[in-house]
Design a protein. Structure first.
Length: 170
């Protein structure tokens, strides 16, 4: 299984321009991820689409309880500029001992940026019934990211005006 962080784009009522949301989903492969996105987000926003995702490998939880050592975090960083009306965003992955330390680590590595959000991915995986896969040294392998536009089409209601197939005569 894999933990996917997906960026969903589309139009919400009252918006002049496209908005973006980041969600966490668990799926076995990209095909299942696309189906889950289609099911959950198509029809929720106009012109709903998937802009990309980051994937992390998961494994079964052990009965040993929470593992020792630092947790794996993702931080959403933002920065503003006098030359633009929007906030620029970036995402950083790293290990830290706790949330307070994670926010400090995120700030140290990004001068001029502020931390909009910080998420403990180990906790997120555990809440889904999994653990992040680690290598023999206890490190989380580098997350794999992909920018890929996938239009999420709302499912069409069945057409009630289709002619009935001819009845078979026995």
């Amino acid at each position: 299984m894999k933990l996917y962080l997906v960026e969903i784009g589309g139009m919400r009522d009252g918006n002049l321009f496209e908005c973006h949301e980041v969600h966490a989903l668990v799926a076995s492969c990209e095909e299942q991820l696309l189906l889950e996105c289609q099911t959950r987000f198509a029809g929720v926003m106009r012109a709903a689409h998937l802009d990309g995702w980051t994937e992390l490998e998961l494994e079964s939880l052990t009965d040993e309880g929470p593992r020792d050592g630092p947790s794996f975090f993702v931080a959403e960083l933002g920065r503003n500029s006098a030359r633009a009306m929007r906030e620029e965003h970036d995402y950083r992955f790293f290990c830290a001992g706790n949330m307070k330390e994670a926010v400090q680590v995120a700030r140290q590595g990004a001068p001029g940026w502020h931390v909009d959000a910080c998420v403990n991915l180990d906790d997120l995986a555990r809440k889904s019934g999994y653990a992040l896969r680690r290598d023999l040294l206890g490190e989380v392998p580098e997350p794999r990211s992909q920018a890929r536009y996938v239009r999420l089409l709302a499912p069409r209601p069945p057409d009630r005006c289709l002619p009935m197939p001819p009845a078979s005569i026995v």
